[in-house]
Each structure stands twice: as structure tokens, then as C-alpha cells.
Design a protein around this ligand. Structure first.
Ligand code: DGJ
Length: 755
């Protein structure tokens, strides 16, 4: 990994074993983009890459000059990265190179979550200074190249080096110009309970964007997009990823211009955003992680998984196996007392569950969702001995105890609102829009963050609590802070999320042993910003096994399995009413952080035994499932989506777990094979199926096979002849592959292989 600056040519080359990123000072003094892609040889000049193709006449307006941090108003008519209104009311900047420095490792971004290094040798950072002489506006562009991942982290700090205040109207995290437009934009979109479905569309002249103006990254769109070549698959072809480390309003946008070049920008949503910088003030914008993959989406995802798992998540829980939990929400909703919880925990303990989570309804007088948010005192009607008593009893059973909170909210029917109505977000004199009967606390006010830190610290210290589920159940409306002056209301959304980060930072530092899981009505804030504080997130309120295939597949494009909480819930499913087999629900939830969302007390003996087996299986394979290299094998978004398959492979490729899922059964569907990935082609693997039911598929695969064979030929999913037609709809199968010594040989069964 190297970061070199050729002083004579004014050329920057960031390079590791797989990628190069090149930029240079252009003739007009601006900082131009040259290249981002597969590694190019060091020590050469690449200035020709930035040259314009049109030589007809000089200074033609609208030429697609590639700049690192483009501004508008001076002949570049595409989407800018930066708009600053200067004291004279103009919004024209000419950012000229003013210097640079190369730093070992990676500096932190003040107030913002970001990736980090543990040793300086893991990365190098280049800070390039740009300045607009007439206004004094300065920009420091930050680029970090990582040694071990094909990723560049970019960010920027905008500084007012002049004497008059300026207003920043748009400050993106990064902008990338690509020399052609033969790309498809992939984004993760949906709504509550249908989060992060994969949407793909070809780029065409004009602009296309996804964004959130909800005050959170949102269920609707995720701050993570991909550009891929139309022919790019999971295994082959080029793709660029843009992962924003931010949880508030964002925009990701691609523009194709008249000359078929593409610009992508990503960062804080500019609509409604303004930020005033007084003399000497600075604004740091969130970082974006740019990934280039030469070999398909699988490689692209693997880069994000590794970086987010190892150098974005932090604290002792980063590397620890995540516990199998049970959550009482769907089992009891608000209707529980201490004995009910302890009975549930006792039944869960017998299943092998490790953590009991008490969800919503333990505080104030919250018997439904119409009251008490903000009143973080234990409801003694339900829990007469307080949290301490219930937590102790749960721990005495041998389980850890976890607690749900929703810090950023206040119910109009609460003591907190009665005392501090001004703490709720809203425009004085106008009605506030309620959603789920609740309002949002103004997290841009330091006193609100201080108050929450004090009351929540007291709660977390009051009992042996090992886990926190931090929920957030509504979008922001009437965005306004009475604590900000009228001309600074454009800062509200960003200040609000900075307040959320501040609270997360303080609580996670004060309670480093607590495992935090983020949640926002399911997956409404599943983003890299929160992963820096909470290493796992509630993926979706939709726990239906079929729906989860699409949600978990989409989520896995940008986020690791260790971040994806996945629960087995009761049937009929509470979100869609579907009845799926227990084994199928588990087979889906295995590919994430496993939990249960059901009442363990009323299980039949058969279901109990099945869950004991599931939990034992998951614990045995936990390392591969939470930290292995994930491969998506068959997409629920391709064709009729009737079958899905994926697998997770241990780092040393000695073990793998494969999941195969079929939504609807069909008469005589014929034999099928799934070609596996990521195995050692020279190794021999024993294949076993889970659950062990002794059917045809199991017999067919019960043999030792070579890694090459499994990757080139594939696992056999025999249908009728193996007797699976009888298995009906919503069927799943899990296979475990373990490397064994010796040559591939026939297993105990000599059943003929299907052809
Ligand atoms: C939304 C979450 O996604 C659910 O899991 C549950 O915690 C409820 N909120 C509780 O209100």
C-alpha cells in the first residue's frame, strides 16, 4: 500500500495490491480526477487519463472535466459536490490546490463515526488542501487507502478562512467522475417490513438519485449504492460501491452528461441543508467508503463486510461471538409481568438461548404505544422489583439480560413532555405531526443529550444489563429547533444526528461491555453510521422466512452478516400471516445473528426439540455464519425468485454452511445443482445436511467430494427422485461442508448421481 505524491507533476497515486486512485493538479490549479480502478503500476505518470477528448476550441463550457470536489457556476453544469454562498451572495468558487500532507494510518472525523486503523501500517491518508482565494473558503479533502481492502475512504472538511460568514448549501462526502456511462445503478429500497430490496436500473442521460429527508437513513432508501457494468454478476465483472457512513438525510446521485461520462456524488441531502460558517469555523462531512471490485458483486460485498466488521465496528463486541437471544416483543407485546418474563427466560434457557431481551413496555405506564416515551423509570405495576429483580432472576437462570430503549422519542402523554414541551421537534405555533402517537426529541440541543445520557446511564447501571436494543420509531417532521436561530434552521437535521451520535458515543463508552443493537421500526436506520456504535442492527420487523430472503439478500450487498439480526418468529407470521416450517425459518435466520421472537413456554415437544437442535447447530457454526466470507449463490430477485441460495465460508475454507430455499413447490421440477464458491479446490469436503432427516437429498450428498467438484459441478438438489416433492412449499435445506483429510471417496450411500 502506498500513497505517493509526485511533486513535479502534482500527481497523487494511492495504491494497494488491488486498486489505484489517481488525481492531479490541473493546469487551472484545480484538483482533477484521473482514475479509480484496478491497480496501475507505480512510478508512472497518468496525467493523460484526465485529458479531455474534445480539442475543437479552448475553454468550451460544459466539457466533462473530472474534478475531485466539483463546484458549480463556472462552466461545469453537472451536479456539484460543494455549493457555498459567500458573503456577497454569490455561489461561485474556484478551488485551487494549496498543499497536501501524507499521514500514516487514518485520523478520526470530529463528531462523526468513521472507519479507523489499529496500526499505522494498515492505511495511509492524504489530506489535500484546496482554497478559493477571493472568499477564503478552504476545503481539506481526505483520502485513506487501506492496505487489505479494495477501498478508499473519502471525506472533506470545509473551513471558512475568510472574515465574513459563508453558508454551505451542499457539501457532499465524495464525488467520482467515470469516463463512460455503461453502468447500472443498484440501490436498496423498500419500506417498513420490506427494507433493502435490490433495485437495478441502467444509467441514461440525466440524473437519477435516491435519498432520505426523513431525518434517518430510512426504510425507503439506503445510503449505499453500486454502479455495475450491465454484464456484472456475483462472480464476474466490474462494480463500484459507495457506502456512506451516515445515519441522517442523505442523497446518492448519478448523472450522465451529453458526452456519456458519469458523475456520482453521495453525502448529506442538500435539499433543506444550509450550514453557516463564521470566520475560522469548520464543517466535517461524513465519510464515504468507495470500493472497486474487478470480480463481481461478491468481491465488492466482501470488502464492505470486512471493513465494517473489523474497522468500523468497535469495542469488545466487535470480535466476540454474538449471543443467541430471545425477545419478548411478539410473544407478549405490552402485556407481561416479572413472572411471565422469567418463565419465558427459563423456557428459553432450556432451548440453549443465551440472552433474554425485554422489549418495549417496561417503563412509565406504557400499556400500548400511546404513552410514556421519555419517562425512563420502571413500571412497578409490571416489574415490582424493578429491572434489578427481573435481571437477577434471568441471570440466575444462566442467561444474560437485555433491555429495549427508544431514547430519541417522547410521548405527548408523558411526564417528560409535560416538563419540557420545548424539547420536542416542531415549529412553534404550528401543529406537530404525530406518528405512532409520539414526537421526536430535539437531539440538536446539548441539554437533551445530557439529560438522556444521565437517565439512561442510571437505568443501565441499575441492573446487570448486557445488551441494549436502541429503537427509533418514526420519521422527523416539522424539522425545526427552537434552540437554533432562524437563519440556522438548515442545520437542524445534521445537528440532530450529531446529537444522536454524541449520545451513542457517550453511552457506548460508558458501558463498553454492553452489546448495542440498533433498530428503527425494524430496519429504518440500517447504515454504516450506526454500525460504528452498535455492531448489529435489527434487520427488519418482517420475520417471515420468505420475505426475509429478499431483505437479507439485499442487506448483504453492503453489510456483513455479523450486523444482521435475524429472528425465528411464531407462525402465522405477525407481518404477513404466512405459515412456514420452523426449520425454514431457522435456515433463513442462521445467516445473520440468530434470535427468537416467540413464546417459548407454549411450544410443542416437537418444536422444542427442533429449536434445541437449531440453537446447538448455530452455536457450532456461529463463527462461520457470523464472520465467514458470504457468497450469494442464487438471487430471489432474478427470474421468478422461487429459489434462493447462499453460503458462508470460514476464512481458512475448511468449513462452509450453505442455505438453499424454495418458496413454492412444483410438480416434477427436475434435479438441480448449486455451484458453490470460495472452497479450497484441492480440499476434500464431507457434506452433511441439516436438519438430518435421512431423505433423498441427504443420501445424495452424503459423500466426500472435492472442493473443485463442489464448485464446478455443485451440490445436488434432487427433487422428486429424492423424495422432496413431499416436502411442500417454503422448503429449505442447510448443508455443512467440512474439510477432511484424504481423497474424495464415495460416502456410505451409493445412490447414483443425477445427471
Ligand atoms: C419496533 C421494533 O422494530 C420492534 O422490534 C419492537 O421493538 C417495537 N418497535 C417496540 O415498540
Amino acid at each position: 500500500m502506498t500513497a505517493t505524491w509526485d511533486a513535479e507533476a502534482g500527481e497523487l497515486h494511492l495504491r494497494n495490491g488491488t486498486i489505484s486512485y489517481l488525481a492531479r493538479v490541473l493546469e487551472d490549479g484545480s484538483f482533477g480526477h484521473l482514475y479509480f480502478g484496478p491497480a496501475l503500476a507505480p512510478g508512472r505518470s497518468y496525467r493523460h487519463l484526465g485529458r479531455r477528448s474534445f480539442e475543437g476550441f479552448a475553454n468550451r463550457l460544459g466539457d466533462p472535466v473530472a474534478r475531485e470536489y466539483p463546484t458549480g457556476g463556472a462552466g461545469d453544469f453537472r451536479v456539484p459536490a460543494l455549493i457555498v454562498e459567500t458573503a456577497d451572495g454569490a455561489s461561485v468558487l474556484h478551488l485551487a490546490y494549496a498543499g497536501h500532507r501524507i499521514l500514516p494510518g487514518k485520523p478520526a472525523l470530529p463528531g462523526l463515526p468513521s472507519t479507523y486503523t489499529e496500526q499505522d501500517e494498515e492505511a495511509a491518508t492524504v489530506e489535500v488542501r484546496l482554497a478559493d482565494a477571493p472568499s477564503g473558503v478552504e476545503v481539506r479533502l481526505l483520502y485513506t487507502i487501506f492496505r487489505d481492502v479494495p477501498a478508499i475512504a473519502r471525506s472533506a472538511v470545509i473551513r471558512n478562512g475568510g472574515r465574513e460568514p459563508v453558508r454551505v448549501r451542499c457539501a457532499m462526502s465524495g464525488s467520482l467522475d467515470l469516463p463512460d456511462a455503461d453502468w447500472e445503478l443498484l440501490h436498496l429500497s423498500g419500506t417498513w417490513s420490506r427494507e433493502r430490496h435490490v433495485v437495478a436500473r441502467p444509467l441514461a442521460p440525466g440524473r437519477v438519485s435516491v435519498s432520505s429527508v426523513r431525518g434517518a437513513s430510512s426504510h425507503e432508501h439506503n445510503p449505499f449504492v453500486i454502479l455495475r457494468r450491465p454484464a456484472t454478476t456475483e462472480e464476474h465483472g466490474e462494480a463500484f460501491g459507495f457506502g456512506l457512513v451516515y445515519s441522517g438525510n442523505f442523497r446518492a446521485e448519478a448523472e450522465v452528461d451529453a458526452f456519456a461520462t458519469t458523475r456520482v456524488r453521495i453525502g448529506i441531502e442538500p435539499e433543506g441543508f444550509t450550514w453557516t460558517l463564521g470566520a475560522g469555523d469548520e464543517l466535517a462531512v461524513p465519510e464515504v467508503i468507495l470500493v472497486h471490485a474487478a470480480d463481481g458483486l461478491g468481491e465488492l460485498s466482501a470488502a464492505y463486510h470486512r471493513l465494517y466488521r473489523e474497522r468500523l465496528a468497535r469495542g469488545p463486541w466487535r470480535d466476540r461471538p454474538r449471543p443467541v437471544l430471545i425477545n419478548n416483543w411478539e410473544a407478549t407485546y405490552y402485556d407481561f409481568d416479572e413472572d411471565v418474563l422469567v418463565e419465558m427466560a427459563a423456557a428459553a434457557r432450556d432451548l440453549g438461548v443465551e440472552l433474554f431481551v425485554l422489549d418495549d413496555g417496561w417503563f412509565g405506564e406504557r400499556d400500548d404505544d400511546t404513552s410514556s416515551l421519555g419517562d425512563w423509570t420502571v413500571d412497578r405495576r409490571k416489574l415490582p422489583g424493578g429491572l434489578e429483580a427481573v435481571a437477577r432472576r434471568v441471570r440466575d437462570l444462566g442467561l444474560q439480560f437485555g433491555l429495549w430503549i427508544e431514547p430519541e422519542m417522547v410521548s405527548p402523554r408523558s411526564h417528560l413532555f409535560a416538563e419540557h414541551p420545548e424539547w420536542a421537534v416542531g415549529v412553534p405555533g404550528r401543529p406537530r405531526t404525530e406518528s405512532r402517537d409520539q414526537l421526536v426529541l430535539d437531539m440538536s440541543r446539548p441539554e437533551v443529550v445530557d439529560h438522556l445520557f444521565a437517565v439512561l446511564s442510571a437505568i443501565l447501571a441499575s441492573a446487570p444489563i448486557s445488551y441494549v436494543k436502541w429503537d427509533m420509531n418514526r420519521s422527523l417532521t416539522e424539522p425545526y429547533s427552537a434552540a437554533l436561530p432562524p437563519d440556522r434552521q438548515g442545520e437542524f437535521f445534521h445537528r440532530h444526528i450529531l446529537g444522536v451520535y454524541d449520545l451513542y458515543d457517550r453511552l457506548t463508552r460508558a458501558f463498553p461491555e454492553i452489546l448495542f443493537e440498533s433498530c428503527a421500526s425494524g430496519g429504518g436506520r440500517f447504515d454504516a453510521g450506526l454500525l460504528a456504535f452498535a455492531p448489529q442492527a435489527w434487520t427488519s420487523d418482517d420475520t417471515d422466512a420468505v420475505e426475509r430472503l429478499a431483505i437479507q439478500w439485499g442487506t448483504s450487498l453492503g453489510y456483513p452478516l455479523s450486523a444482521m439480526a435475524a429472528h425465528v418468529a411464531a407462525v402465522p407470521n405477525h407481518q404477513v400471516g404466512r405459515i412456514t416450517p420452523l426449520a425454514t425459518r431457522a435456515a433463513v435466520a442462521f445467516f445473520g445473528v440468530l434470535g427468537y421472537e416467540l413464546d417459548p413456554r407454549g411450544l410443542t415437544a416437537e418444536d422444542r426439540a427442533a429449536i434445541v437442535d437449531q440453537v446447538a447447530f448455530y452455536k457450532e457454526q456461529r463463527d462461520v455464519l457470523q464472520r465467514g466470507r458470504f457468497h450469494r449463490l442464487r438471487s430471489p430477485f432474478v427470474g421468478d425468485g422461487n429459489t434462493t441460495a447462499w453460503m458462508s465460508v470460514a476464512e481458512d475454507a475448511r468449513r462452509a454452511v450453505v442455505g438453499w430455499y424454495r418458496v413454492l413447490n412444483r410438480a416434477d421440477p427436475g434435479p438441480e445443482r448449486i455451484r458453490l464458491r470460495g472452497l479450497d479446490p484441492a480440499a476434500s469436503y464431507r457434506v452433511r445436511t441439516w436438519p438430518a432427516v435421512g431423505d433423498g437429498i441427504e443420501r445424495l450428498n452424503a459423500r466426500v467430494r472435492g472442493g473443485d467438484d463442489l464448485m464446478q459441478v455443485g451440490l445436488f438438489i434432487e427433487t422428486d427422485r429424492a423424495g422432496t416433492a413431499a416436502l411442500g412449499d417454503f422448503h429449505a435445506r442447510v448443508f455443512v461442508l467440512e474439510a477432511v483429510e484424504g481423497d474424495p471417496a464415495w460416502g456410505p450411500e451409493e445412490a447414483p448421481l443425477p445427471v
